[in-house]
Design a protein around this ligand. Structure first.
Ligand SMILES: C[S@@+](CC[C@H](N)C(=O)[O-])C[C@H]1O[C@@H](n2cnc3c(N)ncnc32)[C@H](O)[C@@H]1O
Length: 264
């Protein structure tokens, strides 16, 4: 165990990891040589990848403001990524200081950094877990200790389900979450797609990483919202979900869908 709490034996830094590739492309510092190489390969394969990931992060922040503006005070952020300020709890608390947030990720580096970031922050928790064990997450004492599932919860699955294969049954994961939520809860989800360009080269980059990239069509992504009513403007490319300003033309290439659904 290091002073930062990272157990290095849990981490293979020779292989690119989705959290650290993302961190690199967002301009972060928590990445290794293999992640930086994969990030550059990704940009070479899909030139709009960098703006796409930034647009995804901006979508996440607009969605946080939306659900908090709608009165939700609890967030379960699955596949949270390395802390990239402002984080979900920081954005939420600009509007509602009492918002409670549980972050979940399967990358021990994410947990270690989040632990450090959250140590002074009441009403937040980081849990190291795999979204494929969705019931384990819902039953986890640290999740139950922070979130009250008798009151609305906003579940975030932002840029994470595309790291799951069909055999991992991402639809079952979304449905299990939906069934655990009371009316008035939200699902915030984004997902990579090949609907706007051939992304075979981008997928090849992730084949060398710890998790592959599984592109899905509009209909496949929309199906994750089964049982939720999509709020306006529905499922769209992330830069076009309630943008603060009209996105410039290159954003039309961004291959990431995003949407926000409400459970009635
Ligand atoms: C591209 S980042 C997205 C981060 C953040 N949600 C955002 O959109 O800004 C994907 C995150 O999902 C995590 N992840 C990938 N597969 C996962 C799994 N099976 N269980 C939990 N987390 C996972 C990665 O470690 C990474 O931190």
């Amino acid at each position: 165990m290091t002073p930062e709490g990272i157990r290095y034996e849990e981490i293979d830094v020779s292989k690119p990891h989705p959290a650290r590739i993302y961190d690199y492309l967002l301009g972060g510092k928590d990445n290794y040589e293999a992640d930086r190489r994969a990030g550059e390969e990704l940009v070479a394969a899909a030139p709009e990848a960098r703006i796409g990931l930034r647009a995804n992060r901006a979508f996440l922040q607009r969605a946080v403001r939306h659900v908090v503006g709608a009165g939700v005070r609890q967030v379960l952020d699955l596949g949270t990524g390395l802390p990239t300020s402002p984080n979900v709890h920081e954005t939420a608390r600009e509007t509602a200081p009492d918002t409670r947030v549980v972050y979940v990720d399967n990358d021990p580096i994410v947990r270690a950094h989040a632990d450090a970031l959250l140590s002074d922050s009441g009403g937040t928790r980081i849990v190291l877990a795999d979204v494929r064990d969705v019931q384990g997450i819902l039953d986890h004492p640290d999740v139950r200790g922070v979130l009250d599932f008798d009151r609305p919860v906003a579940v975030f699955l932002v840029a994470v389900l595309h790291f799951l294969t069909d055999a991992d049954e991402p639809g079952r994961i979304a449905a299990t979450l939906r069934d655990a939520l009371p009316a008035g809860s939200y699902l915030v989800l984004s997902h990579a797609t090949g609907d706007f360009a051939d992304r075979t080269d981008a997928q090849a980059v992730y084949k060398k990483a710890t998790a592959g990239l599984n592109l899905r069509t509009y209909a496949e992504v929309e199906a994750f919202f089964d049982g939720f009513g999509l709020v306006e403007p529905g499922l769209v490319q992330v830069p076009f979900w309630r943008p603060d300003t009209e996105p410039p033309a290159p954003y039309r290439e961004v291959g990431i869908y995003g949407g926000v659904g409400r459970k009635d």
